[in-house]
Design a protein around this ligand. Structure first.
Ligand code: F6R
Length: 609
């Protein structure tokens, strides 16, 4: 996710901004820039690439000014480039903004602004904010930003400076992080405290829909109607490394906790409670093309492959289109049957996994249209596909994938429901129920993350066992495989995921008192069968942890421990089941001691075949 910094005070701002951006590098970025306000106006410098590139651009002529803003960009709209890098300015060059988040209605706003004569230089949603503020500016920057913020849908942390008001920085936020650092005769702001921790530990966390006017000597907070908001300052105790991780011990835990937000971001603009249809503009397929599809091939590796397993269930169930799933490294060697009625869906967090990209090319060459589901704008998978649906998870730093997985599931659910809508394969009433259930998913994820003592207790008991077996049926077979992969990756323990019906065909031989079985029991149709499988494990002195729905008190008679999750539609359950399994892997690994964020022998992106 993008990083924002700002400074106003006695000192030259440029180095403070660049140092702050360096502290935000962990958030991931593809370009960077700063804007300094001085007596000549606003001096904007920016460049694609790492901060080194920006530093080189600044080297021979450092912009001066005691007030400035800076930004590291993680592309969401428009590829990484100098033009798309922030800061962005209005038509006059007198207003300059940086922004983190996604302005959902930016196309509509842009059309309005273009019709009013505004000229755009970039492909970003952020530039819309600059022109929007310009359209309202009448000598009162705070009021113009308030009006613009009221027009904007989606998420934003918006920071803006104006040559006509050289004594202030104005910032507004909704759903994207923004924290203000309070100094003496100087003030800071940033996406997180890591950026200014060496200058001050006294901070103000702005609430959603708050606007801040920051001067050298103070900060005034108002709501978007201009009413003053009182907010007490807090003192941060974290060290710098802890601050980067938002107070969490590891990035993996932070990213697990980011899932409700990531799911919401991924739904935004595609699904809304007041709309009785799903919109997927990025998919780039006409309704006729969608109706023509007679086979889908999904291509992915590792965790993304597990997402495709769940996606297959959802699409086949809702759309009645046959779906083949392939581990990308196998696809090209089986000479898949593909023609122009085949749709290839490529799933890759990085968009750069070589096997996946090679699989994409194979299927494309044979005549299929390709849609990519990826987290990285401008990645190879995005560039080479006909349509792209981004997961707005933000950069995933821990090697073990968590929020990328659940957001990939979210996009697959949206595709399934969109295709069902276009092909008319589910009734309007069923479609409405599913839309509501999907809309509720982030909030249910929050419920799990608010209290997971039962997971920690289970991890404390089982971390020294000999191995884990994950069993499930139906769509949650994906969860079983993903749960086992998470444990293997970060705790180096033996773990397997199995279809519960296969237990008797081999794996049950492994069961003994040192082997724990995690049974996912949230499927109604196969519930009794799962109870039978649990009984079989218990009869062989194995211990069982059940992942069950709230209210299933009967399961306690079968399993040694139960981890409860809230109920949802069966096809969406993998997105909730994943969370306790991720947490289990995390706390088991935590007890065993390996380097959780960077497990041995693994790379975040596998760019070799
Ligand atoms: C597991 C994990 C890997 C990736 C796989 C594909 O936690 O991270 O299995 O899912 O390497 O990576 P992407 O999605 O970048 O193609």
């Amino acid at each position: 996710m993008c990083g924002i910094v700002g400074y106003i005070g006695e000192q030259e701002a440029c180095q403070i901004l660049v140092d702050g951006l360096k502290k935000l590098e962990y958030r991931g970025y593809d370009s960077a820039g700063v804007a300094l306000l001085n007596e000549n106006g606003i001096d904007v410098r920016k460049s694609v690439g790492k901060l080194k590139a920006l530093e080189c651009a600044l080297e021979n002529c450092v912009p001066r000014g005691h007030l400035g803003i800076g930004h590291t960009r993680w592309a969401t709209h428009g590829r990484p480039s100098d033009e798309n890098a922030h800061p962005h300015s209005d038509c006059t060059g007198k207003l300059t903004v940086v922004h983190n988040g996604i302005i959902e209605n930016y196309m509509a706003l842009k059309e309005r602004l273009v019709s009013e004569g505004h000229e755009f230089k970039s492909e970003t949603d952020t530039e819309v904010a600059a022109h929007l503020v310009e359209s309202y500016y009448n000598g009162d920057l705070a009021e113009a930003v308030r009006k613009a913020a009221r027009d904007m849908e989606g998420s934003f942390a918006l920071v803006i400076i104006a040559t006509d008001e050289p004594d202030k920085i104005v910032a507004a936020r909704r759903h994207s992080p923004l924290v203000i650092g309070l100094g003496k005769g100087e003030n800071y702001l940033a996406s997180d405290v890591a950026a200014f921790l060496k200058h001050t530990r006294k901070v103000l966390f702005a609430d959603d829909d708050t606007l801040a006017v920051i001067t050298r000597d103070g900060v005034t907070l108002t709501d978007l109607n201009g009413n003053v908001v009182e907010k007490a300052a807090q003192t941060i105790e974290w060290d710098a490394a802890m601050a980067e991780r938002g107070g969490y011990e590891h990035f993996m835990l932070k990213e697990i906790h980011e899932q409700p937000r990531a799911l919401r971001e991924t739904m935004r603009g595609r699904l809304a409670p007041d709309k009785d249809f799903i919109e997927l503009p990025g998919i780039n397929l006409t309704e006729d093309e969608i109706k023509k599809i007679d086979r889908i091939i999904m291509i992915a590796c590792g965790t993304a492959y597990h997402a495709s397993m769940a996606g297959k269930y959802a699409i086949e169930q809702l759309c009645r289109i046959p779906v083949e799933i392939d581990v990308a490294s196998e696809l090209r060697y089986r000479d898949p049957i593909v023609d122009d009625r085949t749709l290839g869906i490529v799933i890759s967090q990085s968009g750069e996994t070589l096997d996946t990209v090679v699989g994409l090319r194979e299927v494309k060459e044979k005549g299929a249209k390709i849609v990519a589901i990826t987290n990285v704008v401008g990645s190879m998978a995005a560039r080479e596909s006909d349509g792209v649906l981004y997961t707005y998870a933000g950069p995933e730093i821990a090697v073990a994938s968590t929020k990328a997985y659940t957001t990939q599931l979210m996009v697959l659910y949206l595709i399934a429901m969109y295709f069902a809508q276009v092909r008319g394969t589910i009734s309007p009433q069923r479609a409405a129920e599913l839309r509501q259930a999907l809309w509720d998913l982030p909030q249910l994820a929050e419920v799990i993350l608010n209290d997971y003592q039962s997971v920690i207790a289970a991890a404390d008991r089982y971390y020294c066992f000999n191995g884990f077996l994950y069993m499930a049926r139906g769509i949650n077979l994906a969860s079983a495989l993903e749960g086992a992969l998470k444990i293997k990756e970060i705790s180096y323990m033996h773990a397997e995921g199995y279809a519960a019906g296969e237990m008797k065909h081999g794996p049950i031989a492994m069961i003994d008192p040192t082997f724990v079985t995690v049974a996912v029991t949230v499927q109604s149709k196969t519930y009794d069968k799962m109870l039978g499988n649990i009984r079989e494990v218990k009869a062989r002195a194995g211990e069982v942890i059940a992942i069950a729905y709230n209210g299933d008190t009967g399961i306690k008679d079968y399993a040694d421990r139960v981890i409860y999750i809230p109920q949802t539609e069966e096809i969406f359950s993998p997105a909730l089941v994943a969370i306790p399994l991720q947490l289990m892997a995390y706390f088991v690994a935590h007890n065993r001691g390996p380097a959780i964020d960077q497990p041995r022998n693994l790379a975040k992106t596998v760019t070799v075949e």
